[in-house]
Design a protein around this ligand. Structure first.
Ligand code: URA
Length: 226
């Protein structure tokens, strides 16, 4: 972790104050004054601010059930941000791992662990995401076959990766995809001549949504999810 981030996560200083104390030479790593904010602090390093040993707050991992008409952004825009639902200290340190559209509901993961969210959302890691999709038209065998194989989305040069579909009802499916392109689910169904009427994310990797709409809780993250 960068030194400025370490100091920020172990004090109540603002980002500007963190840079000031580092520039003033008040921070030492393993007893050597370190005035480079980008210096990489490793797990076994000891960091002091003058005579006080700094200990990082543990990372936080949160699952939230996003209501419609809220946005996955750190600030309010046309709709209020989902962060209005998570009123906890040091909220500005948190970010969202994998956004949903304003009208999509369901599982949103929030954390201050950038490496974890990077691994979860990086396209190379193919993390599965499960969506419950309500459709304007009944799902047909041909649509299922094309989606399972991969479809070419408008504006893309390569087809989507194979998806899995479980039919719940004539107009409702569970779709599992391992990518996260912009408006991917809506564009996939548009590509096969259907239309998404409602979209709800139920799971990301091994994390299944289990809180009510508008609610959140802390989750623990297994070593194998790190
Ligand atoms: N795919 C979409 O089209 N929208 C979302 O919010 C998530 C996935």
């Amino acid at each position: 972790m960068r030194l400025d981030k370490y100091v920020s996560k172990s004090t109540v200083l603002t980002a500007a104050q963190v840079l000031e104390v580092i520039a003033r030479g008040e921070i030492s790593v393993n007893d050597s004054v370190t005035d480079d904010p980008s210096y990489q602090v490793h797990k076994n390093n000891t960091v002091h601010w003058l005579d006080t040993r700094l200990e990082c707050r543990p990372f936080r991992y949160i699952m939230l059930n996003k209501p419609p008409n809220m946005i996955c952004s750190n600030i309010d825009e046309h709709y209020p941000s989902v962060f209005n639902l998570v009123d906890i200290p040091h909220q500005h340190e948190l970010h969202i791992a994998g956004r949903l559209d304003a009208d999509t509901t369901g599982l949103v993961l929030i954390t201050d662990d950038g490496s974890w969210s990077y691994r979860l959302t990086h396209p190379d890691n193919h993390c599965p995401k499960v969506y419950r999709v309500c459709l304007a038209k009944p799902i047909s065998d041909d649509m299922i076959m094309r989606l399972e194989k991969g479809v070419l989305l408008q504006g893309e040069s390569a087809p989507t990766l194979p998806a899995a579909i479980d039919v719940v009802g004539a107009n409702e499916v569970l779709l599992t995809i391992t990518q996260g392109k912009f408006h991917q689910v809506k564009r996939m169904f548009a590509a096969v001549g259907n239309r998404v009427k409602a979209l709800h994310r139920e799971a990301i990797g091994e994390i299944n949504l289990d809180v009510e709409v508008g609610q959140w809780r802390y989750i623990s993250v297994n070593d194998n999810q790190h």
